[in-house]
Design a protein around this ligand. Structure first.
Ligand code: F0G
Length: 456
């Protein structure tokens, strides 16, 4: 059969509230033109994030009932630990309430003034945790990853030559860690090849610098390796995952993505001394080492989710449904990052609305209009999220101006996706009428979450 179907039946449904265009225009204005500030019930299709928005399976819900809520040494912890070990192969598994909690612990210990960290691309919370410690974070993305319109199988790869130069420049003793984000969320959900993981790992080993995976979307990355990289076609996704992690010394994880749960994360590592320090900090900030900010039931749901996420029918449906949306947009002339990534479609706002300069946030213009048009909530990943100011207060724009349509796992059906495509196409038809935006409020850090805007 040619048709790829959703590999599940729907047992429980959540009604969507419908609104009119006029109602949405008013809601958006009241939210300061920031979709993060809109009430979720006023959204028809929520593509703000794929994080914590997965639909859990009946087995996961059954696991919730099995959750052992003992403070210390709960059965659910050991199930969680063994599920994480099965994938990562790491020795020390530290549960955290989400990804950034793992980052906070790791970078509080390894960071500080005079330290330098490199990644293919740091996600915003990862960068924020590094910078908050006083250290600096550098993105060393491969050249091809910086060109949204060019197709390549592994646009998430790190530039290995740039990494070597980076180590020479800053000195290996000042670089506590290198990170590979798989898939590369901020760079378009693009995968990292096994070849690149191996090469980065070997440069790190030569220089005695640990390599960690920011593993949020490890299963999607592994499926791309299976589909696109020579030598992996006949391997199982689980085998590929294990190999990916085998080249790294540890991982930070937001279980809200590829563990198919609504909350959770981990820090996994092999260095005993570092693990001890991390656990000690965990006790201060998260909780006892066998629950780390989670309930036993959450640990149970993660353990089950990790089993389900490496299922190849699931991954085929997952990757295909994202690609399906991408193809629909492309066939209507809408510029997106090509090829489509794993968890999201990224509209290239620079080409979509070239009349709006980066300082007036073209991505926000498209995001706002998509909400008014179809009640779709998306997320700007451009100068609002990553822009900075120079010493004269002039905006330094982000490398790319993108709008992310992140697809929650197992939540929307094909007709929902058709509806999204239709709305984006309508906005594209009116693209020349879109206006820019300016801040009326911005926080000093992670400003995109709480900022307010006016039309320019
Ligand atoms: N790393 C990556 C690559 C991420 O995408 C995220 C979260 C995190 C770390 C932090 O994890 O949210 O559990 O603390 N990304 C979400 C997103 C928020 O919408 O892409 P967290």
């Amino acid at each position: 059969m040619k048709t790829i179907i959703e590999p599940f039946r729907i047992k429980s449904v959540e009604p969507i509230k419908f609104t009119t265009k006029d109602e949405r225009a008013k809601i958006l204005e009241e939210a300061g033109y920031n979709p993060f500030l809109i009430k979720a019930e006023d959204v028809l299709i929520d593509l703000l994030t794929d994080s914590g928005t997965s639909a859990m399976s009946s087995y996961q819900w059954a696991g919730i009932m099995r959750g052992d809520e003992s403070y210390a040494g709960a059965k659910s912890f050991y199930r969680f630990e063994s599920a994480v070990k099965k994938i990562t192969g790491d020795t020390f598994i530290i549960p955290t309430h989400q990804g950034r909690a793992a980052e906070k612990i790791l970078f509080s210990i390894l960071g500080g003034n005079g330290k330098y960290f490199a990644a293919n691309t740091f996600f915003d919370t990862t960068r924020a945790n590094i910078e908050f410690s006083g250290a600096e974070a550098f993105d060393l993305l491969n050249e091809i990853g910086k060109h949204p319109e060019q197709r390549a199988p592994f646009k998430g790869d790190m530039d290995v030559i740039a990494l070597e130069a980076f180590i020479k420049k800053h000195g290996r003793e000042n670089i506590p860690l290198v990170v590979l984000t798989v898939t590369n969320n901020s760079g378009g959900g693009q995968p990292v090849s096994m070849k690149n993981i191996k090469e980065v790992s070997s440069v790190c080993k030569k220089n005695n610098i640990p390599l960690f995976l920011d593993a949020c979307r490890f299963a999607e990355n592994a499926y791309f390796i299976k589909m696109r990289e020579d030598g992996y076609k006949d391997k199982t996704v689980l085998e590929i995952c294990k190999e990916m992690f085998s080249y790294a010394d540890g991982s930070t994880m937001s279980a809200k993505k590829d563990a198919l749960v609504n909350i959770g994360g981990w820090l996994s590592l092999n260095d005993e001394e570092l693990a001890l320090k991390c656990r000690n900090l965990l006790i201060v900030t998260e909780g006892f080492p066998t629950y780390g900010g989670l309930a036993g039931r959450d640990l149970e749901a993660i353990a089950q989710g990790l089993d389900e996420v490496v299922d190849e029918h699931y991954l085929q449906y997952r990757i295909r449904s994202t690609e399906y949306l991408g193809e629909k947009l492309l066939s209507n002339g809408i510029p997106i990052i090509e090829p489509p990534g794993g968890h999201a479609i990224y509209i290239d706002a620079k080409r979509f609305a070239p009349h709006i300069p980066p300082e007036q946030f073209p991505g926000q213009a498209i995001t706002c209009e998509m909400y008014v048009e179809g009640g779709i909530r998306a997320c700007e990943i451009g100068t609002i999220m990553f822009g900075k100011y120079d010493e004269n207060g002039k905006t330094i724009p982000a490398m790319m101006e993108l709008v992310r349509l992140a697809i929650p796992r197992r939540v929307y059906t094909q007709s929902h996706i058709d509806y999204v495509a239709e709305a984006v196409i309508e906005v594209y038809k009116k693209r020349n009428e879109l206006n820019g935006y300016a801040f009326t409020y911005e926080a000093p850090i992670l400003r995109h979450f709480t900022a307010r805007f006016k039309k320019t």
